[in-house]
Design a protein around this ligand. Structure first.
Ligand SMILES: Cc1cc2nc3c(=O)[nH]c(=O)nc-3n(C[C@H](O)[C@H](O)[C@H](O)COP(=O)(O)OP(=O)(O)OC[C@H]3O[C@@H](n4cnc5c(N)ncnc54)[C@H](O)[C@@H]3O)c2cc1C
Length: 407
């Protein structure tokens, strides 16, 4: 038996070798549960080292349940944040509408936290890093599978043979591309772009408050982090994709400048300075992944690679972790029968994910309202939510439809 370094978890000896592409939320969670169930996972991550930081996410629902079963909650509370208030402000900084966190706390009890995406992934990874081979700075280029095994070729490393492959490599999965073809055919664009960065010593801090300025079709939010850092999230509508933006950070910054300089927020000049100086900008279209099948032969997809619900669902990390838990559970139940396990994983989880993708699409029109009237309506809904009975009703509607994990 091995013993996990931080979490006092016992792992049994290995059976099948499983290559997991992507050491993000889904990949690390799957490696944890595969180890626990006696498999031998290997992680391959394109980034040269473990990816830290990133954007802030809300973490609750079924992801919280999985993290609890991994004994991770005390660590996540330590590195995470507690958002106590959601507030919208006008261009001059004056308050438009707000709700206190007690509305969320009443609906979710203590089962809610906010955390940087990279900090969540790292907290999971720390529990397994001494027990899992992790290859950084490389990526799968081709997959050749037959009835007995899978041969994988890499950008840098020598070809290797595994029993199974899992693509947990995010929205633009290389495994999905190798298996099913170009990204574009499976990407459902939802009409928005999102961008995010973290900056030090921003002069305004509203502790424990998720504060946003919204104008028709666009929104900037900020949240104060530890060590005097602040995270910013930008969202703007675009009826069409802007193809020339892919991978060109200068062009991405330019478009943010153009869009957010119109009727600017009083804080915009300072934010713009930070944006110009930042060297780790996240920028991408907001889209979902819709696939006809989640597996083929000895290869299966997981997390955003298989069923990205988009940031509008607010639960992508939860679904990545729950999918990993279910996949490991089904593989364990099926013994050597991976085909049955892949089918059972998809059968049990796909209908739930399709419902969640559908509600994220329905929510899209009110996410960054197109008109001033739309913004006014949203303010009214937020004000109503602050009234306890109404708030409880709206939260219950929003939070309904939980997935129950197998025991
Ligand atoms: C701005 C924003 C805000 C969000 N807010 C929330 C929120 O509030 N709550 C929530 O639950 N979810 C939120 N999400 C969604 C959430 O981040 C994702 O659903 C979740 O991270 C999916 O996990 P994953 O492991 O599938 O993918 P990722 O976390 O993206 O991990 C994929 C990993 O694969 C690696 N990789 C990529 N390509 C390759 C390759 N070719 N080879 C090897 N490795 C590769 C990447 O470097 C990364 O480490 C948000 C997303 C965005 C963009």
């Amino acid at each position: 038996m091995y013993r996990g370094r931080n979490l006092n978890v016992e792992f049994s000896m290995s059976r099948q070798t499983i290559l997991i592409s992507g050491a993000g939320i889904a990949g690390t969670t799957l490696a944890y549960w595969l180890l626990k169930r006696g498999f031998e996972p290997v992680l391959i991550e394109r980034a040269p080292r473990f990816r830290e930081g990133g954007y802030i996410i809300d973490f609750w629902s079924v992801g919280f349940d999985v993290a609890e079963r991994m004994g991770l909650i005390p660590e996540l509370r330590k590195v995470g944040y507690f958002i106590d208030r959601v507030e919208f402000v006008a261009a001059d900084g004056g308050k438009r509408s707000a709700i206190g966190g007690n509305v969320l706390a009443r609906a979710l009890g203590e089962r809610f936290l906010s955390i940087l995406r990279g900090d969540l992934a790292h907290a999971i990874y720390r529990t397994i890093e001494d027990h899992v081979e992790t290859i950084f700075g490389d990526s799968i280029t081709a997959i050749h599978q037959d009835a007995r095994s899978v041969e994988v070729t890499f950008e840098r490393g020598q070809p290797r043979v595994f029993d199974l492959i899992v693509g947990a490599d995010g929205l633009r999965s290389a495994v999905r591309a190798a298996l099913f073809g170009a990204h574009r055919q499976f990407d459902r664009y939802l009409g928005y772009y999102a961008a995010s960065f973290v900056t030090p010593r921003y002069p305004r801090r509203d502790e424990h408050t998720y504060l946003s300025y919204a104008a028709p079709g666009r929104q900037i939010s900020r949240y104060a982090l530890r060590e005097d850092h602040s995270a910013f999230l930008f969202v703007f509508r675009s009826p069409h994709r802007i193809p020339e933006l892919a991978r060109d950070t200068a062009a991405q910054k330019q478009i943010l400048r153009q869009i957010f300089s119109r009727d600017p927020w009083i804080e915009w000049p300072e934010i713009q300075k930070r944006l110009d100086a930042c060297d780790d900008l996240y920028f991408d279209a907001v889209s979902q992944i819709v696939l006809p099948a989640w597996s083929q032969g000895r290869t299966v997809l997981l997390g955003d690679a298989a069923y990205c619900p988009s940031l509008l669902a607010g639960e992508g990390t939860a679904f990545a972790m729950a999918g990993a838990y279910i996949l490991a559970w089904e593989l364990d139940r099926a013994g050597a029968g991976h085909a049955g396990a892949f089918a059972a994983y998809e059968r049990s989880f796909r209908p739930f994910l399709e419902r969640k993708q559908k509600s994220a699409r329905a929510f899209a029109s009110s996410f960054a309202p197109k008109t001033s009237f739309g913004l006014w309506v949203r303010d009214q809904v937020l004000r109503l939510s602050a009234i306890p009975v109404m708030g409880d009703y709206l939260m219950r509607r929003f939070l309904a439809d939980r997935f129950v994990l197998p025991d």
